[in-house]
Design a protein around this ligand. Structure first.
Ligand code: 5GP
Ligand code: ZN
Length: 127
């Protein structure tokens, strides 16, 4: 059953996988948390370090960012810098966000893939 809760103008989706990971209802390997951001290891890592960095506010994708909610994305990037340091990614890393069908998005809660731990090449492999 889909249940929508409106709290302070923030829509939370009780059937959203990442909202449920943020609350701890679904377990994850958490690597970072603050008031705005939650980050955990991807269940199917595509690189030696593959972490999902998500805003606690439910935002469906990068396409849903607006002036009134874009702070959530900025907070994610602040967290990414901290996590990259904590993970020892001194030689660099890649941040990816997939949006919509053509972007290959599978979980519709905005998230940033933080990937590193080896040379990732110069661009995406399209597949
Ligand atoms: P997207 O394809 O939407 O950009 O990324 C979704 C990511 O979520 C995928 O990389 C997938 O492996 C990851 N994922 C899906 N379900 C789970 C889960 O239950 N736990 C964790 N840690 N990652 C998940
Ligand atoms: Zn969500």
């Amino acid at each position: 059953m889909l249940c929508l809760v409106i709290l302070n103008g923030v829509r939370e989706m009780s059937d959203c996988l990442f909202c449920r990971i943020i609350t701890g209802e679904i377990p994850s390997q958490k690597v970072y948390e603050d008031d705005y951001v939650f980050a955990f290891r991807d269940i199917a890592p595509q690189a030696p370090v593959h972490i999902l960095v998500v805003p606690k506010e439910h935002i469906s994708s990068a396409a849903a960012l607006r002036p009134e909610n874009s702070d959530a994305a900025a907070k994610c990037f602040e967290a990414i810098a901290i996590i990259a340091e904590n993970e020892g990614l001194r030689d660099g890393f890649r941040v990816i966000t997939n949006s919509g069908e053509h972007g290959g998005q599978t979980v519709f809660h905005l998230h940033f893939h933080l990937m590193g731990g080896k040379g990732l090449g110069s661009m995406l492999v399209v597949g």
